[in-house]
Design a protein around this ligand. Structure first.
Ligand code: AHR
Length: 493
C-alpha cells in the first residue's frame, strides 16, 4: 500500500551545519584543469583563468566549503611547486590520475582566489603520505600567519600581503591506501605529530581533520578515537562511494535496469548504517560529540563515459544521481549532531559532478538541483522526524521507498525534504506536527520520466526544478502526493 506517514517533532538542540553541503575539487581529470581553471584562449568570462559561469552557478547554491587539492593527489602534492611566477613552476606527473603532466599553474594563490570568488571556505588537504612535517607546517605559516616570518615574507613577495586565514585543514587523505598505506595505529601517531606543528596563528585557529576510515573499517575509527587526544582533532573523516556493481565493472552512469537502480539505491542508503556505526564508536570516546564526523568523499562512482580517459573519472549524471544526493543529504541532516561536514566528490566533470563542461559550454546536472533545493537547510535548526515508509521491493529485497528530513530556519519557516525512490509509484504521505504551527505550504520538485534521464549539452534542461502543487493543509496535517522517483522540498509558514 503506497501511503507513508511522517511526524515532525519539536526543535532539537542543534543546527544542521551548512558545511554538510560542501564540495570537493581534486587535480583529477577536468575538475581543476578545463573545469574551474581554463585555457586563456577559451572564449568564456574569466577572472585570471577562473571560469566565471561555473563560479556563478556554485555561488547560487551557496557552497559552504571546497576541499582541495585531493584526494589521492594531495599526498603527492608539494605546495611550493605551485607558488611564484607560473612559467617558473616545475611540472610534475599526476601519477594517480592518468599519468598526465601537471603544470602547477593552479596552486595555493589560485585556489584561495577561487574560494574568495565563490564566497566559500577553503578546506586544504595537506600531504602526510610523501611530505614532511616541516612542509605542512610551512604551508600553514604561508597561508595563515600575519607577522614577520620566512613564509609570510614569501607570500608577500608572491603578491598576497595578508594571510587568508584558512580554517579547515585535512591531515592526510586515505592514509590507509593512496595516502601511504599506513596502519591505523601508525597513522594516529603520525597525525599527532603533524597536527602538533600545524599551528594556530593569531586570529587563524585551525579545524584539523584526521584522515578517517573507508566504508566499514570500524577499527580505523576506533584506533583514531582511542589514540588521538580529542583536543587535537576537530573532525575525523569517512569515505564512502555508492558503486552500482563492482569495483572492476562499476556499471554505466546512463544505462541501467530497474534491478540495478534498486541495488544502487540500497547501497546508497547504507550510508545511514555507516554513520550510525562510526558515530557509535566515536560516542564511546567522545560522548559530548566534540569531534565531527566529516564525510569528505561521497557520491556515486560509475564507469567513465565510453571513449573518455579511464583515469579522468568523467561520468554523466542522471535522475538516479539526484535521488542519491537527496537521500544522502537527508541521512546527513538526520545525523547532524555528529555529521557536521561533508563533501560530495567532485564538483566539476569528475564522478558525481554538479557541473559538466565542454569547451565554452556548461550544464547543470540533476545533482546540482538537489543542492539548490536543499540550501534551505543550511544552518537551520534540526527538527527530528519519525517516518513510516512503504517498502520499495525488488525480488525478495526491500528498501524504504521514502526518506525525509526537516529543519526550521531563523524566520520560523519549516522545510521538509522528501525523496520517493520508487520509480513507478506515487506515494501519499500524511504529516503531523508535535509542536510547529503553520498556515501555508509551497514547494518545488525535481523529477523526470525515467531514472536514466540526464541533461546533455544538446538538451541541458531535461531534468530541472519545477513548482510543486501536490501538497495541501488538511486540518492540522500536511498531505502530500509524492510523484515516482522524485525529490520534493516543501516550505511551511
Ligand atoms: O575522488 C576520487 C578518489 O577517491 C580520491 O582521490 C580518493 O581520496 C578516493 O579514493
Amino acid at each position: 500500500q503506497n501511503t507513508a506517514s511522517l511526524v515532525v517533532q519539536p526543535k532539537s538542540d542543534h543546527t544542521i551545519s551548512r558545511h554538510i553541503y560542501g564540495h570537493f575539487s581534486e587535480h583529477l581529470g577536468h575538475c581543476i584543469y578545463d573545469g574551474f581553471w581554463v585555457d586563456p584562449s577559451l572564449n568564456v568570462a574569466k577572472k585570471d583563468r577562473i571560469r566565471l559561469d561555473v563560479v556563478e552557478a556554485l555561488k547560487k547554491i551557496h557552497i559552504p566549503n571546497l576541499r582541495w587539492p585531493g584526494g589521492c593527489f594531495a599526498d603527492e602534492y608539494h605546495w611550493r611547486d605551485g607558488i611564484g611566477p607560473r612559467e617558473q613552476r616545475p611540472k610534475m606527473v599526476n601519477t594517480n590520475w592518468g599519468g598526465v603532466t601537471e603544470d602547477n599553474s593552479f596552486g595555493t594563490h589560485e585556489f584561495l582566489e577561487l574560494c574568495e570568488l565563490l564566497q566559500t571556505e577553503p578546506y586544504i588537504s595537506a600531504n602526510v603520505g610523501s611530505g614532511t612535517v616541516e612542509e605542512m607546517a610551512k604551508w600553514v605559516e604561508y597561508f595563515n600567519f600575519d607577522g614577520i616570518s620566512p613564509m609570510s615574507k614569501l607570500r608577500k613577495e608572491n603578491g598576497h600581503e595578508k594571510p587568508w586565514k584558512v580554517s579547515f585543514l585535512g591531515v592526510g587523505n586515505e592514509s590507509w591506501g593512496c595516502g601511504g598505506n599506513m596502519t591505523p595505529a601508525f597513522y594516529a601517531d603520525q597525525y599527532r605529530r603533524y597536527a602538533t606543528y600545524a599551528r594556530n596563528y593569531p586570529g587563524a585557529p585551525l579545524k584539523k581533520i584526521a584522515s578517517g576510515a573507508s566504508d566499514w573499517d570500524f577499527n580505523w575509527t576506533e584506533t583514531c578515537m582511542k589514540q588521538i587526544p580529542l583536543g587535537q582533532m576537530w573532525g575525523l573523516s569517512l569515505h564512502y562511494y555508492t558503486v552500482p556493481k563492482t569495483w572492476n565493472d562499476k556499471g554505466s552512469a546512463t544505462s541501467f535496469t530497474e534491478q540495478e537502480y534498486f541495488t544502487t539505491m540500497k547501497k546508497c542508503l547504507a550510508m545511514d548504517s555507516l554513520v550510525t556505526k562510526h558515530s557509535a564508536i566515536m560516542d564511546k570516546y567522545d560522548p559530548q560529540k566534540r569531534v565531527a564526523l566529516v564525510v569528505d568523499e561521497w557520491g556515486i562512482w560509475t564507469n567513465v563515459e565510453p571513449g573518455t580517459n579511464p583515469g579522468f573519472l568523467y561520468q554523466q549524471n542522471s535522475l538516479r544521481d539526484a535521488l542519491i544526493a537527496g537521500s544522502t543529504l537527508n541521512i546527513f541532516n538526520n545525523h547532524s549532531d555528529r555529521v557536521r561536514m561533508a563533501e560530495l566528490a567532485q564538483t566539476v566533470n569528475v564522478l558525481q559532478a554538479l557541473i559538466l563542461t565542454d569547451k565554452e559550454k556548461m550544464l547543470l546536472t540533476p545533482t546540482y538541483y538537489v543542492f539548490d533545493l536543499y540550501k534551505v537547510h543550511h544552518d537551520a535548526q534540526y527538527l527530528p522526524i519519525k517516518l513510516n515508509s512503504p517498502a520499495y521491493t525488488s525480488g525478495n529485497e526491500q528498501i524504504p521507498a521514502v526518506n525525509a528530513s526537516a529543519s526550521q530556519d531563523s524566520t520560523g519557516a519549516i522545510h521538509i525534504s522528501l525523496v520517493n525512490l520508487n520509480p513507478s509509484q506515487k506515494i501519499a504521505l500524511s504529516t503531523s506536527f508535535e509542536q510547529a504551527k503553520w498556515k501555508t505550504v509551497t514547494g518545488e520538485v525535481l523529477t523526470s520520466a525515467k531514472t536514466t534521464d540526464i541533461n546533455t549539452f544538446e538538451q541541458p534542461n531535461k531534468v530541472h526544478i519545477e513548482k510543486f502543487s501536490g501538497a495541501k493543509k488538511q486540518g492540522d496535517n500536511l498531505v502530500v502526493e509524492l510523484p515516482p522517483a522524485s525529490i520534493v522540498v516543501l516550505e511551511l509558514k
